[in-house]
Design a binder for this molecule. Structure first.
Ligand SMILES: Nc1ncnc2c1ncn2[C@@H]1O[C@H](COP(=O)(O)OP(=O)(O)O)[C@@H](O)[C@H]1O
Ligand SMILES: [Mg+2]
Length: 273
């Protein structure tokens, strides 16, 4: 038995849709479970649930958060344990019609129940800042804001950070997703420092644009599941290690790229090539 007072409740949110919240939740869930953390992932995107699909668990859902809240089943009956990573369990989102009656109090109830058996609860937040967000944030103590280096996504992230502060959520940390080092180095995309300066959040992780993410999404097998060494898989694992308190250095791929180019330039000048 665990104590919900020490359980970590981390909201994964962004404001804008399609920036990588669910992908991050699935990959982090697996990576944290691999590190021995008893991890629950809570799909709070009741309108457009797809955390079950990304984890390949859609065929094993019997009950959802809805039946738990209406007293039609116990929490243990609704939780879907991951076969390969039994430290990970999904609490699926119920029917979108739940949104007609779901309240922040309900989410707090679910969070407290999950706290009995889990060390960490990741909450996959819906896009937007309306009722769905208000419900999801009620279950959270800390947050990871994820954004892509695009002006519109960063602006939405900024609004969400304001709301998280109002709700007393802390710490709030940043994951920058779909980074393209070449575009950044060529100043065709916001740089990492630009985004961290605007949002004034500590950087928890950088995930590059990686087509393996799309392949794994379609397979329902998060990249962190089978020891992939693709750049995104490593980035997700590093985020999990940092969440667990490990100091894992962060490398800005655009700066690394510039550094390599400068080195190459120096080598060319000294005619080593
Ligand atoms: N680092 C990445 N590289 C390539 N594709 C990505 C990356 N992160 C997310 N994606 C893709 O972006 C799309 C949206 O991701 P998703 O996690 O569903 O976003 P959200 O939950 O914020 O709406 C998916 O098709 C996913 O595969
Ligand atoms: Mg999503």
């Amino acid at each position: 038995m665990s104590d919900s007072a020490v359980t970590r409740y981390i909201l994964i949110c962004s404001g804008k849709g399609g920036v990588g919240k669910t992908t991050l939740t699935a990959n982090l869930g697996i990576a944290l479970a691999k590190q021995g953390m008893r991890t629950a992932v809570l799909d709070a995107d009741f309108g457009l649930r797809n955390l079950d699909l990304l984890l390949g668990l859609e065929n094993r859902i019997v009950y959802t958060a809805q039946e738990v809240l209406t007293g039609h089943c116990r929490l243990e009956q609704a939780l879907v344990k991951h076969k390969q990573e039994p430290n990970l369990a999904l609490l699926p989102a119920g029917n979108p019609r739940m949104l007609e009656w779901l309240k922040p109090d309900d989410m707090q109830k679910i969070a407290a129940m999950l706290g009995e058996s889990f060390d960490i609860v990741l909450i996959d937040c819906p896009a937007g800042i309306e009722a769905g967000f208000q419900n999801a944030v009620a279950a959270a103590k800390e947050a990871i804001v994820i954004t892509t280096p695009e002006v519109s996504a960063v602006r939405d992230a900024d609004r969400v950070i304001g709301l998280l502060n109002t709700h007393g959520v802390k710490p709030i940390q940043l994951v920058l997703n779909r980074v393209r080092p070449k575009m950044m180095a060529n100043q065709e995309m916001l740089a990492v420092d630009d985004v961290t300066d605007i949002l004034a959040l500590p950087l928890l992780g950088l995930v590059v644009e990686d087509e393996q993410v799309i392949v794994s999404t379609n397979r329902g097998e998060p990249l962190t599941l089978n020891g992939s060494n693709s750049p995104a898989a490593q980035a997700y694992s590093n985020v999990a290690r940092r969440i667990c308190g490990e100091e894992v250095p962060l490398i800005d791929p655009a700066k690394a790229r510039k550094g390599l180019r400068a080195k190459l330039g120096r080598l060319m000048q000294t005619k080593i090539f």
